[in-house]
Write a new protein. Structure first.
Length: 459
């Protein structure tokens, strides 16, 4: 086996078959640390490492791995090992993994689960893909309001081993309806003979099973919670969602959004784990679309062929004009898409956004227009590169920059809102797409302004 340069000590243990020493080395590590180690080793070495740690720790370590690494390990594990790890995994993490696998594989893996775990998994898989129901775990602790603090603590000690978290326990009535949540700290500090009903404040937050994950993320952020209960439409407590799962979802959403903004289809796996052909396929689609769009730029230039022939100097400023418009559009679309993702703006705010962006576009365009005007003026003072009508050219470039930047800003801000209204992903109005749109229209604006200022002189 090849030595692992990142973890040479572990690699050395494996090569020299010092498994007892390796076992002792691994046992002091936590699951997140083990997950960071395992992903750097070959499949055969991963098998050895998983065999040397206790089953519960191995299952927890498996949960911390990326989906791509989990799938690779599933392919090399033996049937008994797969069965053990899947049954030991937290239901929410197991559901997330199964959701990312082909249906045929899911069916095979479901048969390895115990009857109880299969029932839980089928229940979670039955919820919509981007709903809270898919993310929740049924491992939590409930107590009764009629109990004393002592009775509640004894119950937690006896039944808390399988709970996902003990930071918060939930108070339900005899029918399982959630009526409050109580922090463990409050129980530990309360007199043992005090009733749970006296500890309750009857104020609690909750999520619904059908609720969108974006709403769940917002609720966690606004209230700084580490765990929230999940109820159905009748108020029945059926699960909890923890902050680690919410952070994973938020990270995946941010990653997909950033990739879409860059003009590529979102990757299903980490960059280095994505096969080359799949990477090309993801990127080629948008590149082809943008390339075809850019062909319209050549068409626009062909339409103004006579103007370019009469005033060749106009061609010198084409890159300046279209890049300024594209850049302003990219800025606007990035700001609006992010504001929509953070729920800072809604579709109903379109008029306010338009007014702000019109003013912003005018100010930004004026700044660039003045700089362009000064640049041409300064150059003309020392050379005759722009000819005797340099002042008209300076006005043409200056006014074109104002209009093109205004149009780019307006297009970039409105396009995400239009796509959201049409039920499309706003991130698809990526910066490159907006830039391509503004390139074509910017040329038209530029030459129309040139015709106005230069008619009777150069044109």
């Amino acid at each position: 086996m090849a030595s692992n340069t990142k973890f040479p000590e572990i690699s050395s243990y494996i090569e020299e078959k010092k498994f007892l020493e390796l076992k002792g080395f691994l046992q002091v590590l936590q699951p997140p640390e083990l997950a960071d180690i395992i992903k750097y080793f070959s499949p055969a070495e991963q098998l050895i490492l998983l065999d040397l740690i206790p089953l519960k720790i191995a299952a927890k370590t498996f949960e911390f791995l990326d989906f791509s690494d989990q799938k690779k390990i599933l392919n090399i594990l033996k049937g008994g090992q797969i069965e053990s790890i899947l049954n030991e995994m937290a239901p929410d993490d197991r559901t997330a993994l199964l959701s990312s696998l082909p249906g045929k594989v899911v069916k095979e893996l479901m048969e390895l689960l115990s009857e109880e775990e299969r029932k839980v998994t089928l229940s979670l898989l039955g919820y919509p893909e981007n709903s809270v129901g898919r993310l929740m775990t049924p491992d939590y602790i409930t107590i009764q309001s009629s109990w004393t603090v002592k009775e509640a603590l004894n119950f937690i000690r006896t039944n808390g081993n399988d709970s996902e978290t003990l930071n918060v326990v939930y108070v339900t009535n005899d029918g399982g309806i959630l009526i409050d949540d109580v922090r463990s700290r409050e129980l530990l500090l309360a007199p043992l003979d005090k009733k749970i009903s006296d500890v309750m404040d009857n104020k609690f937050l909750y999520l619904k099973t059908s609720q969108d994950l974006d709403e769940a993320i917002d609720l966690f952020k606004k209230n700084a919670r580490t765990v929230l209960p999940v109820i159905d439409d009748a108020g029945l407590l059926i699960g909890i969602v923890t902050i680690d799962d919410i952070l994973n979802v938020a990270q995946r959403e941010d990653t997909r959004e950033m990739q879409s903004l860059g003009g590529t289809e979102a990757l299903d796996e980490p960059y280095m784990a994505t096969p080359l052909l799949q990477m090309v396929k993801k990127r080629a689609v948008w590149l082809v679309i943008l390339f075809i769009g850019e062909m319209l730029t050549a068409t626009a230039m062909g339409f103004f062929e006579n103007e370019i022939a009469k005033a060749v100097v106009l061609a010198l400023f084409i890159p300046l004009i279209i890049s300024s418009g594209g850049n302003s559009g990219s800025q606007a679309t990035s700001l609006i898409i992010r504001a929509m993702a953070l729920r800072e703006v809604a579709l109903s705010d379109w008029w306010k956004i338009m007014k702000r962006e019109v003013l912003s576009g005018l100010l930004l365009g004026t700044i660039l227009g003045i700089i362009g005007f000064i640049r041409i003026s300064v150059w003309s003072a020392f050379s005759n590169v722009y000819g005797e009508h340099w002042i008209l050219i300076a006005f043409t470039v200056g006014f074109s920059l104002v209009l093109v930047v205004l149009w780019g800003t307006l297009s970039g801000s409105m396009l995400p809102l239009i796509l959201r209204k049409l039920k499309f992903d706003p991130a698809k109005s990526s910066a490159p797409f907006v830039a391509t749109l503004v390139d074509v229209t910017g040329l038209v604006i530029y030459f129309l302004v040139a015709i106005i200022f230069l008619s009777g002189t150069l044109l």
